[in-house]
Design a protein around this ligand. Structure first.
Ligand code: SF4
Length: 355
């Protein structure tokens, strides 16, 4: 049966969730890479790999949700708790802009003390500058609905009026209620995450979709996640890219009970399966910041066509004991070494310049 699935994939046919599970469980590592690459080159025939130069600013680390995998959040009265004022946030971004960033990825903890106007002002003020504002994942949008008493549609209208055009796909982790109940019981449900993404797309706000794996999920949960985002993409075509990263164990509760180690091979398999299963996604990112540059380089031969962010600042993974750093030239040379031409891009995948 596995040969039949390989054939189906090589003929660019969509596979079912049962076939996805079988591929993930029994698929030969190199065959998966080859099939994923075949699809990648059908969608992107040029030997080009893009990436973006951005900064990740976390406006607050105060969060009442307390996900078990999160090393970043603090309780309101914790000594290390912080919330940036709008002017502090702008000056951080201006500093990053002076280093060449084009996009500010802005996310924060779920801090119920922040007024609704804070979010609107943040987008409005930043939209006056030349930086692209890529802000707020679905759990933050849900919080905005609750503090303002507004509907999701109204919140998106307000954010759009303020200047928001794209959103990151955070807060998805694994879109399976079985897993969410264990790792983040207080976070929004799978259905709500998808509902918010659907509304964003309806309002013309493009988003990414993400997945964090390598903790309590099964292979069936991974395919359920991919299936839910594929289904929504069929409906809205609003996802620009899919990004998977592996769970980091340090400084968090979940890390104490998870014994698995995600290897480079595990990661590459996920990249390949994502490329194969998500036949309606144009872009699959290699999250070099999560797995390191070497695995990132290999991911370009497992279906990925984009190296993601060259982050100036990344707090969330750093708190969990993982710090990845690279310069633009280093990432460009990783791409060249893998046999591709590097190019800097915008958030909506337009080329800024070839390197
Ligand atoms: S992952 Fe987000 S929602 Fe969960 S505890 Fe951390 S900051 Fe809060």
């Amino acid at each position: 049966m596995i040969e039949k699935i390989y054939k189906k994939v090589s003929e660019f046919e969509r596979i079912s969730s049962d076939e996805g599970i079988k591929l993930l469980k029994e698929g030969d590592f190199l065959t998966l890479g080859k099939l994923a690459n075949r699809i990648r080159f059908k969608k992107h025939p040029k030997k080009l790999v893009t990436f973006i130069l951005d900064t990740n600013v976390n406006y607050t680390n105060v969060c009442y949700v307390g996900c078990s995998f999160c090393a970043f959040y603090r309780k309101p009265h914790d000594n290390e708790a912080y919330t940036l004022s709008i002017s502090e946030l702008i000056s951080e971004i201006e500093e990053a802009q002076s280093k060449g960033i084009t996009t500010a990825l802005i996310q924060g903890g779920l801090n119920p003390e922040l007024p609704y106007e804070y979010y609107l002002k943040l987008v409005k003020e930043l939209s006056k500058s030349t930086v692209h504002v890529h802000a707020f994942s679905p759990p933050e949008i849900d919080l905005m609905c609750r503090i303002s008493g507004k509907t999701t549609d109204d919140v998106f209208e307000d954010l759009k009026d303020a200047g928001l055009t794209t959103m990151p796909g955070g807060g998805a982790e694994i879109l399976s209620e079985r897993v969410r109940k264990k790792i983040s019981p207080k976070k929004i449900s799978t259905d709500r995450w998808l509902e918010i993404m659907e509304k964003a797309h309806e309002h013309g706000i493009k988003t990414t979709a993400t997945m964090m794996f390598g903790h309590l999920e099964t292979k069936e949960d991974i395919i359920e996640h991919l299936d839910r985002v594929r289904e929504l993409q069929d409906k809205t075509d609003g996802f620009t890219a899919f990004i998977a990263w592996d769970f980091k164990k340090e400084n968090n509760e979940l890390g104490k009970i998870v014994n698995r180690i995600v290897t480079g091979i595990d990661y590459l398999k996920i990249v390949a399966i994502a490329r194969i299963y998500l036949d309606n996604f144009d872009n699959i990112q290699a999250s070099w910041a999560s797995q390191g540059k070497d695995v990132g380089e290999l991911a370009l031969h497992f279906g990925a066509n984009d190296m993601g962010s060259m982050l100036i600042e990344e707090n969330v993974m750093r708190e969990a004991g993982f710090r990845a750093q690279a310069s633009v030239e280093e990432i460009a040379s990783v791409i060249r070494k893998a046999g591709f031409k590097p190019a800097l891009r915008t958030t909506d995948y337009k080329i800024i310049k070839y390197l």
